[in-house]
Design a protein around this ligand. Structure first.
Ligand SMILES: [Zn+2]
Length: 487
């Protein structure tokens, strides 16, 4: 008896059995179900053997792993998800069988695989919002803001606000959330006239996080060109004259001990956003709400039907590179003068680079979406899963992320996650990566550094490691359930 006939018979008998049981859950029913579960457990062992013998050509070994895993919590499936699981596997293998018989042409093979994947992909939920439209809307709003910031701040000595750069998952083309997507932007700041910024690496901090301070220094503006701008030199004009004729320097407004202060900058920006809003075309049909935040500016814009959440971060570019020091931080107790190094601009550039190369039916973002969705609420962060996917995107040719390789790539991510956890090692994708696309520009100390290990805490703490391994097992259950059951 081959595996497909076996599965079909098992499915038939199970449906018949469940119909006969009906909805009554008395003691006898429970006893019968328990007996049946034992019977199914015996069948499972047999089925597993069959599964192992199957040549799942498209899926590869990695996917086979996952399917075998899906078959493990058998008692749970027997009561709740078994019919769906079996039906899924049945369809899956029926199609595979069809394919083996019919496909000599690649086109036919694609058709068959397309049908296989359709029911699978339909079961995975994607963000309800149009991410690309949302990104364009957010950038349009921020661009309008930038024009007004330029006018309002032209005579002041506040930081010069440059055009916002979209960063984070939405601008990379995916979202770990189905709803309530946050559009994150980074506003690069440059020093105003008569000032300069000096980035200082804060070596006293934890060595796995690179934190900087932004020292603000006054510069001499006595030269003739500067005189033409009717600006007094902060260094060489008498204080009285400065006090009467010129605004305060940045040192006296947004700094603490000569260092640019994140909290003061966020407060200043908050007031600026609120003050400029009535002048923007968007204010006619949208309502602005500003949510309190110490290290960013949280904007919510609604019009009754739609709403957008935008998080504005501030940053200072490191030289001419794609690396910034930014106001964003994951740690609660960060000093107000601490600006952690940020790689989100380089990362969004990497995703755009891949998108330009990728064929139209590439599903690399869907792979990431799926893993990040089952990931929510677990100990290892979405960022770690994203790091694994970025490493794979950088090594596997873009043509291999097409629709027909979907299962194989999911298997790759899964196997990589497991081996990284087992080895307690996951290299940072940007720092020390010598194989990045050339258009991503890194400061020399970043490109030549040893890549930090994102799993260093697992190597140091055995309890965290065993916790992470058990969370990985949970993730497998959730992933299998999501793929085969749709929720
Ligand atoms: Zn001077």
């Amino acid at each position: 008896m081959d595996a497909i006939t076996f599965l079909y018979m098992l499915l038939q008998s199970l449906i018949h059995y469940l119909q006969s049981v009906g909805d009554v859950w008395d003691e006898e029913t429970l006893w019968r179900m328990e007996e049946h579960a034992k019977h199914l457990e015996r069948k499972r062992i047999q089925l597993e053997r069959e599964v192992e013998e199957l040549d799942v050509r498209q899926s590869g070994e990695a996917w086979g792993d996952l399917l075998r895993f899906a078959l493990q919590p058998w008692q749970v499936w027997a009561v709740a998800g078994l019919p769906v699981l079996l039906l899924g596997l049945y369809i899956f293998w029926m199609k595979r069988n069809d394919e083996a018989e019919n496909s000599s042409e690649e086109y036919e093979e694609d058709q068959v695989l397309g049908n296989d994947l359709r029911w699978l992909l339909e079961r995975i939920q994607w963000p309800v919002q149009d991410l690309q439209g949302g990104c364009e809307w957010a950038i349009r709003l921020m661009d309008n803001y930038t024009v007004y910031f330029g006018h309002v701040l032209s005579d002041s000595f506040y930081p010069v606000l440059q055009r916002a750069i979209g960063v984070g998952s939405a601008f990379e083309g995916w979202s770990p959330r189905e709803q309530d997507v946050v559009y994150r932007v980074l506003i690069p700041m440059t020093p105003p006239r008569g000032h300069s910024f000096h980035l200082e690496l804060d070596s006293a901090e934890h060595r796995h996080v690179r934190n900087f301070r932004v020292r603000v220094q006054l510069e001499c503006t006595c030269s003739k060109e500067q005189q033409a701008e009717k600006m007094l030199c902060f260094l060489h004009h008498p204080e009285e004259e400065l006090g009467e004729n010129q605004d305060l320097s940045l040192l006296d407004t947004l700094c603490t001990n000569s260092y640019l202060d994140v909290h003061k900058t966020a407060r200043w920006f908050y007031q600026l956003v609120r003050a400029v809003w009535p002048a923007l075309p968007q204010s006619h049909s949208w309502h602005l709400t500003l949510l309190p935040s110490r290290r960013s500016c949280q904007i919510k814009v609604t019009n009754g039907e739609a709403s957008f959440r935008i998080e504005v971060l501030f940053g200072v570019r490191r030289g001419y590179s794609d690396v910034f020091v930014s106001s964003q931080t994951r740690e609660a107790l960060t000093l107000s003068t601490t600006w952690p190094e940020a790689y989100n601009v380089a990362e969004v550039k990497f995703f755009k680079y891949i998108a330009r190369q990728a064929p139209p039916d590439s599903l690399h973002l869907r792979c990431l979406q799926l893993f990040s969705r089952v990931q929510l609420g677990f100990g290892f962060s979405t960022y770690m899963v994203k790091t694994i996917v970025m490493h794979l995107l950088n090594t596997i040719p873009v043509s291999q992320w097409r629709r027909r390789y979907f299962l194989r790539r999911l298997g790759d991510i899964n196997v990589n996650l497991r081996s990284c956890l087992e080895e307690k090692c996951l290299n940072h994708f940007i720092i020390g990566n010598r194989n990045l696309p050339q258009e991503i520009s890194l400061p020399l100390d970043i490109s030549s550094a040893e890549p930090p290990n994102l799993f260093h805490h697992l190597a140091q703490d055995p309890a965290s490691h065993s916790q992470a391994m058990s969370e990985y097992q949970d993730l497998q259950h959730r992933l299998a359930r999501l793929l085969l059951n749709g929720h």
